[in-house]
Design a protein around this ligand. Structure first.
Ligand code: GCU
Length: 495
Protein backbone atom coordinates (compact mmCIF):
# COMPACT_ATOMS: atom_id res chain seq x y z
CA UNK A 1 0.00 0.00 0.00
CA UNK A 2 2.66 2.49 1.00
CA UNK A 3 4.68 1.41 -2.03
CA UNK A 4 1.68 2.05 -4.25
CA UNK A 5 1.04 5.35 -2.55
CA UNK A 6 4.64 6.30 -3.19
CA UNK A 7 4.19 5.53 -6.84
CA UNK A 8 1.04 7.58 -6.92
CA UNK A 9 2.62 10.41 -5.03
CA UNK A 10 5.56 10.37 -7.33
CA UNK A 11 2.81 11.77 -9.48
CA UNK A 12 1.02 10.92 -12.64
CA UNK A 13 0.10 13.38 -15.26
CA UNK A 14 -3.58 13.09 -16.18
CA UNK A 15 -2.60 10.21 -18.35
CA UNK A 16 0.80 9.12 -17.12
CA UNK A 17 2.34 11.25 -14.40
CA UNK A 18 3.67 8.10 -12.77
CA UNK A 19 5.82 7.76 -15.80
CA UNK A 20 7.06 11.30 -15.70
CA UNK A 21 7.80 12.12 -12.11
CA UNK A 22 9.53 8.99 -10.82
CA UNK A 23 12.03 8.95 -13.67
CA UNK A 24 12.56 12.66 -13.19
CA UNK A 25 13.41 12.12 -9.55
CA UNK A 26 15.73 9.28 -10.51
CA UNK A 27 17.39 11.54 -13.06
CA UNK A 28 17.94 14.25 -10.48
CA UNK A 29 19.29 11.71 -8.04
CA UNK A 30 21.69 10.69 -10.76
CA UNK A 31 22.70 14.33 -11.23
CA UNK A 32 23.82 14.40 -7.63
CA UNK A 33 25.76 11.20 -8.03
CA UNK A 34 29.07 13.01 -8.33
CA UNK A 35 28.75 13.93 -4.64
CA UNK A 36 27.28 10.71 -3.23
CA UNK A 37 27.36 7.10 -4.37
CA UNK A 38 24.27 6.25 -6.39
CA UNK A 39 21.54 4.36 -4.51
CA UNK A 40 20.79 0.85 -5.80
CA UNK A 41 18.43 0.96 -8.76
CA UNK A 42 14.82 0.35 -7.67
CA UNK A 43 13.09 -2.67 -9.20
CA UNK A 44 11.05 -1.79 -12.30
CA UNK A 45 7.49 -0.99 -11.24
CA UNK A 46 5.63 -0.76 -14.50
CA UNK A 47 6.13 -1.02 -18.20
CA UNK A 48 5.44 2.31 -19.85
CA UNK A 49 3.67 2.28 -23.19
CA UNK A 50 5.50 3.78 -26.20
CA UNK A 51 3.17 6.78 -26.04
CA UNK A 52 4.02 7.38 -22.40
CA UNK A 53 7.73 7.07 -23.11
CA UNK A 54 7.38 9.62 -25.90
CA UNK A 55 5.60 12.05 -23.55
CA UNK A 56 8.35 11.62 -20.99
CA UNK A 57 11.12 12.14 -23.52
CA UNK A 58 9.51 15.26 -24.97
CA UNK A 59 8.91 16.69 -21.48
CA UNK A 60 12.53 16.09 -20.50
CA UNK A 61 13.71 17.73 -23.70
CA UNK A 62 11.63 20.83 -23.06
CA UNK A 63 12.75 20.88 -19.43
CA UNK A 64 16.39 20.78 -20.59
CA UNK A 65 15.66 23.59 -23.08
CA UNK A 66 14.46 25.79 -20.20
CA UNK A 67 17.54 24.92 -18.14
CA UNK A 68 19.73 25.91 -21.10
CA UNK A 69 17.85 29.19 -21.47
CA UNK A 70 18.42 29.86 -17.78
CA UNK A 71 22.08 28.78 -17.99
CA UNK A 72 21.49 26.13 -15.31
CA UNK A 73 23.65 23.01 -15.37
CA UNK A 74 21.83 20.99 -12.76
CA UNK A 75 18.99 21.17 -10.29
CA UNK A 76 18.94 19.95 -6.73
CA UNK A 77 17.11 16.64 -6.28
CA UNK A 78 13.58 16.72 -4.98
CA UNK A 79 12.40 14.97 -1.82
CA UNK A 80 12.37 11.22 -2.27
CA UNK A 81 9.75 8.78 -0.99
CA UNK A 82 12.54 6.30 -0.34
CA UNK A 83 13.40 6.65 3.38
CA UNK A 84 16.89 5.30 2.69
CA UNK A 85 17.63 7.96 0.08
CA UNK A 86 19.99 10.79 1.05
CA UNK A 87 17.17 13.03 -0.21
CA UNK A 88 14.46 11.28 1.82
CA UNK A 89 11.40 13.47 2.30
CA UNK A 90 11.39 15.36 5.60
CA UNK A 91 8.40 14.77 7.87
CA UNK A 92 10.04 16.25 10.96
CA UNK A 93 8.65 19.68 11.84
CA UNK A 94 11.75 20.58 13.86
CA UNK A 95 13.75 20.46 10.60
CA UNK A 96 11.22 22.29 8.44
CA UNK A 97 11.91 25.89 9.32
CA UNK A 98 14.98 26.39 7.14
CA UNK A 99 13.96 29.84 5.87
CA UNK A 100 12.25 31.51 8.83
CA UNK A 101 11.60 34.94 7.36
CA UNK A 102 8.80 35.45 4.86
CA UNK A 103 8.40 38.34 2.44
CA UNK A 104 6.09 40.88 4.06
CA UNK A 105 2.86 41.21 2.05
CA UNK A 106 2.34 44.69 3.44
CA UNK A 107 5.77 46.10 2.66
CA UNK A 108 6.19 47.92 -0.64
CA UNK A 109 9.32 47.32 -2.70
CA UNK A 110 10.35 50.88 -1.86
CA UNK A 111 10.43 49.95 1.83
CA UNK A 112 7.25 51.80 2.78
CA UNK A 113 4.57 50.10 4.83
CA UNK A 114 1.08 49.55 3.39
CA UNK A 115 -1.42 51.03 5.80
CA UNK A 116 -4.47 51.58 3.60
CA UNK A 117 -6.66 49.44 1.37
CA UNK A 118 -6.02 51.94 -1.42
CA UNK A 119 -2.26 51.41 -1.36
CA UNK A 120 -2.82 47.64 -1.22
CA UNK A 121 -5.00 47.69 -4.36
CA UNK A 122 -3.07 50.33 -6.29
CA UNK A 123 0.53 49.47 -5.43
CA UNK A 124 1.31 46.41 -3.31
CA UNK A 125 -1.10 43.90 -4.84
CA UNK A 126 0.18 44.63 -8.38
CA UNK A 127 3.76 44.19 -7.12
CA UNK A 128 2.95 40.75 -5.72
CA UNK A 129 1.00 39.71 -8.84
CA UNK A 130 3.92 40.78 -11.03
CA UNK A 131 6.34 38.63 -9.01
CA UNK A 132 4.05 35.60 -9.29
CA UNK A 133 3.61 36.24 -13.03
CA UNK A 134 7.30 36.60 -13.80
CA UNK A 135 8.90 34.09 -11.43
CA UNK A 136 6.41 31.48 -10.28
CA UNK A 137 3.30 30.92 -12.39
CA UNK A 138 4.03 32.72 -15.65
CA UNK A 139 2.12 35.42 -17.48
CA UNK A 140 -1.21 34.94 -19.16
CA UNK A 141 -0.82 36.25 -22.74
CA UNK A 142 -2.47 39.55 -23.52
CA UNK A 143 -4.62 38.53 -26.47
CA UNK A 144 -6.39 35.31 -25.76
CA UNK A 145 -8.80 33.71 -28.21
CA UNK A 146 -12.53 33.95 -27.73
CA UNK A 147 -14.47 30.96 -26.41
CA UNK A 148 -17.94 30.16 -27.74
CA UNK A 149 -20.02 27.95 -25.48
CA UNK A 150 -22.32 25.32 -26.87
CA UNK A 151 -24.85 23.31 -24.88
CA UNK A 152 -24.29 19.87 -26.37
CA UNK A 153 -26.84 18.04 -24.28
CA UNK A 154 -29.46 18.66 -21.61
CA UNK A 155 -31.02 15.97 -19.48
CA UNK A 156 -33.43 15.84 -16.57
CA UNK A 157 -32.31 13.40 -13.89
CA UNK A 158 -32.42 12.78 -10.18
CA UNK A 159 -29.31 12.93 -8.00
CA UNK A 160 -30.36 11.14 -4.83
CA UNK A 161 -33.92 12.41 -4.51
CA UNK A 162 -33.26 15.86 -6.01
CA UNK A 163 -34.53 16.49 -9.53
CA UNK A 164 -31.82 18.24 -11.50
CA UNK A 165 -31.08 19.57 -14.94
CA UNK A 166 -27.70 18.51 -16.30
CA UNK A 167 -26.17 20.46 -19.15
CA UNK A 168 -23.14 19.17 -20.98
CA UNK A 169 -21.19 22.06 -22.43
CA UNK A 170 -18.31 22.53 -24.82
CA UNK A 171 -16.34 25.74 -24.97
CA UNK A 172 -14.99 26.06 -28.51
CA UNK A 173 -11.78 28.09 -28.48
CA UNK A 174 -11.30 30.28 -31.57
CA UNK A 175 -8.27 28.81 -33.35
CA UNK A 176 -8.48 30.86 -36.53
CA UNK A 177 -5.01 32.31 -35.77
CA UNK A 178 -3.47 28.78 -35.72
CA UNK A 179 -5.92 26.21 -37.12
CA UNK A 180 -3.52 23.30 -36.61
CA UNK A 181 -4.36 23.27 -32.90
CA UNK A 182 -7.99 22.71 -31.88
CA UNK A 183 -8.93 23.39 -28.26
CA UNK A 184 -12.25 22.62 -26.57
CA UNK A 185 -13.24 22.98 -22.92
CA UNK A 186 -15.41 20.26 -21.31
CA UNK A 187 -17.83 21.41 -18.63
CA UNK A 188 -21.02 20.04 -17.10
CA UNK A 189 -23.47 22.07 -15.08
CA UNK A 190 -26.03 20.52 -12.76
CA UNK A 191 -28.72 22.71 -11.21
CA UNK A 192 -31.76 21.83 -9.09
CA UNK A 193 -34.76 21.62 -11.40
CA UNK A 194 -37.11 23.09 -8.80
CA UNK A 195 -35.02 26.14 -7.91
CA UNK A 196 -36.97 29.33 -7.39
CA UNK A 197 -34.36 31.34 -9.23
CA UNK A 198 -30.71 31.44 -10.18
CA UNK A 199 -28.65 29.28 -7.80
CA UNK A 200 -25.13 29.45 -6.37
CA UNK A 201 -22.81 26.97 -8.08
CA UNK A 202 -19.76 25.18 -6.76
CA UNK A 203 -17.40 24.24 -9.57
CA UNK A 204 -14.96 21.37 -9.15
CA UNK A 205 -11.79 21.07 -11.22
CA UNK A 206 -12.03 17.37 -11.88
CA UNK A 207 -9.52 14.65 -12.58
CA UNK A 208 -10.18 12.69 -15.75
CA UNK A 209 -11.79 9.26 -15.48
CA UNK A 210 -8.52 7.81 -16.71
CA UNK A 211 -6.60 9.46 -13.88
CA UNK A 212 -9.11 8.28 -11.30
CA UNK A 213 -8.90 4.73 -12.64
CA UNK A 214 -5.11 4.89 -12.41
CA UNK A 215 -5.15 5.89 -8.73
CA UNK A 216 -8.10 3.74 -7.64
CA UNK A 217 -5.85 1.27 -5.85
CA UNK A 218 -3.02 3.52 -4.67
CA UNK A 219 -5.12 6.40 -3.27
CA UNK A 220 -8.51 4.73 -2.56
CA UNK A 221 -9.52 7.62 -0.30
CA UNK A 222 -9.85 9.85 -3.37
CA UNK A 223 -12.59 7.62 -4.80
CA UNK A 224 -16.26 8.45 -4.35
CA UNK A 225 -17.35 6.10 -1.57
CA UNK A 226 -13.71 5.40 -0.66
CA UNK A 227 -12.41 5.48 2.93
CA UNK A 228 -13.68 8.66 4.61
CA UNK A 229 -16.09 9.39 1.74
CA UNK A 230 -18.80 6.91 2.66
CA UNK A 231 -21.63 9.42 3.21
CA UNK A 232 -23.44 11.57 0.65
CA UNK A 233 -21.24 12.65 -2.24
CA UNK A 234 -20.09 16.28 -2.37
CA UNK A 235 -22.55 16.79 -5.20
CA UNK A 236 -25.43 15.57 -3.00
CA UNK A 237 -24.24 17.80 -0.15
CA UNK A 238 -24.20 20.82 -2.49
CA UNK A 239 -27.66 20.03 -3.87
CA UNK A 240 -28.98 19.67 -0.30
CA UNK A 241 -28.19 23.36 0.15
CA UNK A 242 -30.31 24.22 -2.88
CA UNK A 243 -27.20 25.04 -4.88
CA UNK A 244 -25.93 23.63 -8.15
CA UNK A 245 -22.54 22.29 -9.12
CA UNK A 246 -20.32 22.22 -12.15
CA UNK A 247 -17.50 19.94 -13.19
CA UNK A 248 -14.72 21.32 -15.33
CA UNK A 249 -12.12 19.11 -16.99
CA UNK A 250 -8.86 21.13 -17.02
CA UNK A 251 -7.02 18.51 -19.06
CA UNK A 252 -9.56 18.91 -21.87
CA UNK A 253 -7.85 22.18 -22.84
CA UNK A 254 -4.30 21.77 -21.49
CA UNK A 255 -2.52 18.45 -21.08
CA UNK A 256 -0.91 17.60 -17.76
CA UNK A 257 2.64 17.20 -19.02
CA UNK A 258 5.51 19.19 -20.48
CA UNK A 259 5.16 17.52 -23.87
CA UNK A 260 1.73 19.14 -24.21
CA UNK A 261 2.98 22.72 -23.78
CA UNK A 262 3.14 23.26 -27.54
CA UNK A 263 -0.49 22.15 -27.75
CA UNK A 264 -3.68 22.99 -25.89
CA UNK A 265 -4.44 26.62 -25.08
CA UNK A 266 -0.78 27.39 -24.31
CA UNK A 267 0.37 25.92 -27.64
CA UNK A 268 -2.46 27.56 -29.58
CA UNK A 269 -1.56 31.03 -28.33
CA UNK A 270 2.15 30.37 -28.97
CA UNK A 271 1.35 29.03 -32.45
CA UNK A 272 2.95 25.68 -31.61
CA UNK A 273 6.22 27.23 -30.36
CA UNK A 274 7.73 26.43 -26.94
CA UNK A 275 7.25 28.74 -23.98
CA UNK A 276 9.37 31.74 -23.06
CA UNK A 277 10.72 31.78 -19.52
CA UNK A 278 7.88 33.91 -18.16
CA UNK A 279 5.08 32.38 -20.24
CA UNK A 280 2.19 30.82 -18.36
CA UNK A 281 2.38 27.31 -17.00
CA UNK A 282 -0.47 24.84 -16.89
CA UNK A 283 -1.77 26.03 -13.51
CA UNK A 284 -2.56 29.41 -15.03
CA UNK A 285 -3.84 27.86 -18.24
CA UNK A 286 -6.17 25.61 -16.25
CA UNK A 287 -7.28 28.67 -14.24
CA UNK A 288 -7.98 30.52 -17.51
CA UNK A 289 -10.46 27.77 -18.44
CA UNK A 290 -12.16 28.09 -15.06
CA UNK A 291 -12.67 31.79 -15.80
CA UNK A 292 -14.18 30.94 -19.17
CA UNK A 293 -16.66 28.70 -17.36
CA UNK A 294 -17.76 31.72 -15.32
CA UNK A 295 -18.22 33.63 -18.59
CA UNK A 296 -20.71 30.91 -19.51
CA UNK A 297 -22.45 30.99 -16.11
CA UNK A 298 -22.99 34.73 -16.59
CA UNK A 299 -25.17 33.85 -19.59
CA UNK A 300 -27.15 30.99 -18.00
CA UNK A 301 -30.30 32.03 -16.14
CA UNK A 302 -30.16 28.93 -13.93
CA UNK A 303 -26.95 30.26 -12.31
CA UNK A 304 -26.34 33.20 -10.02
CA UNK A 305 -22.90 34.07 -11.42
CA UNK A 306 -22.18 36.33 -8.45
CA UNK A 307 -22.26 33.23 -6.24
CA UNK A 308 -19.82 30.84 -7.86
CA UNK A 309 -17.39 28.90 -5.71
CA UNK A 310 -14.41 26.86 -6.85
CA UNK A 311 -12.99 23.64 -5.43
CA UNK A 312 -9.95 21.61 -6.40
CA UNK A 313 -7.84 18.91 -4.83
CA UNK A 314 -4.08 18.37 -5.06
CA UNK A 315 -2.79 19.71 -8.41
CA UNK A 316 -6.27 21.10 -8.92
CA UNK A 317 -6.14 22.54 -5.39
CA UNK A 318 -3.14 24.52 -6.62
CA UNK A 319 -5.18 25.49 -9.69
CA UNK A 320 -8.22 26.48 -7.63
CA UNK A 321 -6.07 28.82 -5.54
CA UNK A 322 -4.51 30.38 -8.65
CA UNK A 323 -7.99 30.78 -10.14
CA UNK A 324 -9.31 32.47 -7.00
CA UNK A 325 -6.27 34.76 -6.80
CA UNK A 326 -6.59 36.02 -10.37
CA UNK A 327 -10.36 36.13 -11.01
CA UNK A 328 -12.35 38.17 -8.52
CA UNK A 329 -15.65 36.81 -9.86
CA UNK A 330 -15.17 33.64 -7.75
CA UNK A 331 -16.97 34.22 -4.46
CA UNK A 332 -15.45 31.47 -2.32
CA UNK A 333 -12.87 28.70 -2.66
CA UNK A 334 -12.14 25.28 -1.19
CA UNK A 335 -8.44 24.55 -1.66
CA UNK A 336 -7.79 20.90 -0.80
CA UNK A 337 -4.37 19.31 -0.22
CA UNK A 338 -2.82 21.78 -2.65
CA UNK A 339 0.68 21.46 -1.18
CA UNK A 340 3.72 22.85 -2.96
CA UNK A 341 2.79 25.21 -5.77
CA UNK A 342 -0.53 25.75 -3.95
CA UNK A 343 -1.13 27.08 -0.47
CA UNK A 344 1.94 25.57 1.23
CA UNK A 345 4.91 27.85 1.91
CA UNK A 346 7.82 27.07 -0.41
CA UNK A 347 10.00 28.03 2.54
CA UNK A 348 8.55 25.26 4.75
CA UNK A 349 10.82 22.30 4.06
CA UNK A 350 8.42 19.41 4.77
CA UNK A 351 6.80 16.97 2.35
CA UNK A 352 7.03 17.92 -1.29
CA UNK A 353 9.66 20.53 -2.16
CA UNK A 354 10.23 23.26 -4.71
CA UNK A 355 12.81 20.88 -6.22
CA UNK A 356 10.11 18.29 -6.97
CA UNK A 357 7.99 20.88 -8.74
CA UNK A 358 10.95 22.08 -10.78
CA UNK A 359 11.73 18.57 -12.08
CA UNK A 360 10.64 17.30 -15.49
CA UNK A 361 7.45 15.64 -14.26
CA UNK A 362 5.84 18.79 -12.77
CA UNK A 363 7.69 21.85 -14.11
CA UNK A 364 4.98 22.40 -16.71
CA UNK A 365 2.63 23.60 -13.95
CA UNK A 366 4.92 26.58 -13.39
CA UNK A 367 6.74 29.32 -15.31
CA UNK A 368 10.12 28.40 -16.79
CA UNK A 369 11.72 30.96 -14.47
CA UNK A 370 10.58 28.85 -11.51
CA UNK A 371 13.31 26.29 -12.22
CA UNK A 372 16.05 28.57 -10.99
CA UNK A 373 14.80 28.31 -7.39
CA UNK A 374 15.81 24.63 -7.49
CA UNK A 375 19.09 25.45 -9.17
CA UNK A 376 21.46 28.17 -8.18
CA UNK A 377 18.79 29.89 -6.04
CA UNK A 378 16.71 28.51 -3.18
CA UNK A 379 13.12 29.03 -2.00
CA UNK A 380 14.58 31.62 0.38
CA UNK A 381 15.43 33.75 -2.68
CA UNK A 382 11.87 33.87 -4.01
CA UNK A 383 10.48 37.40 -4.03
CA UNK A 384 7.13 36.01 -2.86
CA UNK A 385 5.75 32.98 -1.06
CA UNK A 386 2.38 31.27 -1.01
CA UNK A 387 0.91 33.40 1.79
CA UNK A 388 0.92 36.16 -0.81
CA UNK A 389 -0.95 34.01 -3.33
CA UNK A 390 -3.61 33.56 -0.65
CA UNK A 391 -3.46 37.32 0.01
CA UNK A 392 -4.26 37.95 -3.68
CA UNK A 393 -7.66 36.33 -2.96
CA UNK A 394 -8.48 38.87 -0.24
CA UNK A 395 -11.04 39.97 0.80
CA UNK A 396 -12.91 36.93 -0.58
CA UNK A 397 -13.28 33.85 1.64
CA UNK A 398 -10.86 30.94 1.28
CA UNK A 399 -11.07 27.57 3.02
CA UNK A 400 -7.90 25.48 3.06
CA UNK A 401 -8.00 21.79 3.90
CA UNK A 402 -5.74 18.77 4.07
CA UNK A 403 -5.55 15.29 5.50
CA UNK A 404 -3.52 13.86 8.35
CA UNK A 405 0.25 14.18 8.42
CA UNK A 406 0.47 10.40 8.04
CA UNK A 407 -1.44 9.89 4.81
CA UNK A 408 -1.29 13.40 3.40
CA UNK A 409 2.10 14.56 4.70
CA UNK A 410 3.38 15.20 1.17
CA UNK A 411 0.89 18.10 0.92
CA UNK A 412 2.06 19.52 4.29
CA UNK A 413 -1.00 20.74 6.20
CA UNK A 414 1.09 22.86 8.56
CA UNK A 415 2.95 24.54 5.70
CA UNK A 416 -0.44 25.55 4.29
CA UNK A 417 -1.71 26.71 7.67
CA UNK A 418 1.40 28.87 8.15
CA UNK A 419 0.84 30.49 4.76
CA UNK A 420 -2.81 31.14 5.50
CA UNK A 421 -1.92 32.61 8.84
CA UNK A 422 0.66 34.90 7.19
CA UNK A 423 -2.01 36.12 4.72
CA UNK A 424 -4.06 37.31 7.70
CA UNK A 425 -2.68 40.89 7.83
CA UNK A 426 -3.97 41.56 4.31
CA UNK A 427 -7.45 40.27 5.18
CA UNK A 428 -7.44 42.44 8.30
CA UNK A 429 -6.31 45.49 6.35
CA UNK A 430 -9.30 44.98 4.05
CA UNK A 431 -11.67 44.78 7.01
CA UNK A 432 -12.00 40.99 7.09
CA UNK A 433 -11.23 38.36 9.71
CA UNK A 434 -8.19 36.14 9.56
CA UNK A 435 -7.90 32.59 10.92
CA UNK A 436 -8.36 33.90 14.45
CA UNK A 437 -5.28 32.11 15.78
CA UNK A 438 -1.67 31.48 14.89
CA UNK A 439 -1.70 28.10 16.70
CA UNK A 440 -2.03 25.04 14.48
CA UNK A 441 -5.39 23.53 15.47
CA UNK A 442 -5.89 19.96 16.68
CA UNK A 443 -6.85 17.51 13.96
CA UNK A 444 -10.54 17.63 12.89
CA UNK A 445 -10.93 21.08 14.46
CA UNK A 446 -12.25 23.50 11.86
CA UNK A 447 -11.35 27.17 12.00
CA UNK A 448 -14.39 28.57 10.24
CA UNK A 449 -15.45 31.76 11.98
CA UNK A 450 -13.32 34.18 9.97
CA UNK A 451 -12.96 34.81 6.25
CA UNK A 452 -10.01 32.43 6.14
CA UNK A 453 -10.95 28.88 7.05
CA UNK A 454 -8.83 25.82 7.76
CA UNK A 455 -9.26 22.19 8.74
CA UNK A 456 -7.04 19.13 8.81
CA UNK A 457 -9.11 15.97 8.60
CA UNK A 458 -7.91 12.61 9.85
CA UNK A 459 -8.02 10.83 6.49
CA UNK A 460 -5.48 10.68 3.71
CA UNK A 461 -5.10 12.49 0.40
CA UNK A 462 -8.74 13.37 -0.20
CA UNK A 463 -11.02 16.41 -0.10
CA UNK A 464 -13.95 14.22 1.05
CA UNK A 465 -13.98 14.56 4.85
CA UNK A 466 -13.67 18.37 4.73
CA UNK A 467 -16.63 18.96 2.40
CA UNK A 468 -19.23 19.39 5.20
CA UNK A 469 -17.00 21.93 7.00
CA UNK A 470 -16.31 23.80 3.79
CA UNK A 471 -20.02 23.93 2.96
CA UNK A 472 -20.84 25.32 6.42
CA UNK A 473 -18.14 27.95 5.86
CA UNK A 474 -19.40 28.74 2.35
CA UNK A 475 -23.02 28.99 3.60
CA UNK A 476 -22.08 32.23 5.30
CA UNK A 477 -21.49 33.71 1.84
CA UNK A 478 -23.67 31.82 -0.66
CA UNK A 479 -27.45 31.77 -0.45
CA UNK A 480 -29.96 29.72 -2.41
CA UNK A 481 -33.01 31.53 -3.77
CA UNK A 482 -35.63 31.73 -1.04
CA UNK A 483 -38.54 29.60 -2.21
CA UNK A 484 -38.81 26.25 -3.93
CA UNK A 485 -41.10 26.02 -6.93
CA UNK A 486 -43.97 23.58 -6.94
CA UNK A 487 -43.56 20.33 -8.77
CA UNK A 488 -45.82 21.61 -11.55
CA UNK A 489 -43.04 23.98 -12.66
CA UNK A 490 -40.45 21.21 -12.66
CA UNK A 491 -38.20 21.33 -15.67
CA UNK A 492 -38.55 25.05 -16.26
CA UNK A 493 -34.78 25.43 -16.00
CA UNK A 494 -34.37 23.31 -19.09
CA UNK A 495 -33.32 25.66 -21.82
C1 GCU B 1 1.89 14.53 -6.88
C2 GCU B 1 2.55 15.89 -6.85
C3 GCU B 1 1.73 16.89 -6.05
C4 GCU B 1 0.31 16.91 -6.54
C5 GCU B 1 -0.24 15.50 -6.56
C6 GCU B 1 -1.63 15.37 -7.19
O1 GCU B 1 1.90 13.97 -5.60
O2 GCU B 1 3.83 15.74 -6.29
O3 GCU B 1 2.28 18.18 -6.16
O4 GCU B 1 -0.47 17.76 -5.76
O5 GCU B 1 0.59 14.66 -7.34
O6 GCU B 1 -2.08 16.24 -7.90
O7 GCU B 1 -2.25 14.31 -6.99
Amino acid sequence: MSELRSIAHCGFVAMALVLLVCPALCRLAAQAASATPPPPAPPPRFAPTPEQLAIRAASEKDHQRLMDLLGIKELRPGASHDPKSPYAVNYDESKANVYPSLPDPLLLKNGKRVTSAKVWWMKRRPEIAEDFDREILGRVPANLPRVTWEVVGTTAEKIGDVPVVIKRLTGHVDNSAWPRIAVNIDLTLTTPALAAGPVPVIMELAFSNEFMAAIAKSIPEMMPGGPGNEGPTWQQQVLAKGWGYAILSPTSYQADNGAGLTEGIIGLVNKGQPRKLDDWGTLRAWAWGASRAVDYFETDKAVDAKQVGIEGHSRFGKTALVTMAYDSRFAVAYISSSGTGGAKLYRHVFGELTENLAAAGEYHWMAGNFLKYAGPLTPGDMPVDSHELIALCAPRPVFIGAGASVGDGWADARGMFLAESAAGPVYRLLGKQDLGTTAFPPIETGLVDGDLGFRQHSGGHTPGPNWPTFLDFASRYLHAPAAIKTASTEGSNMR
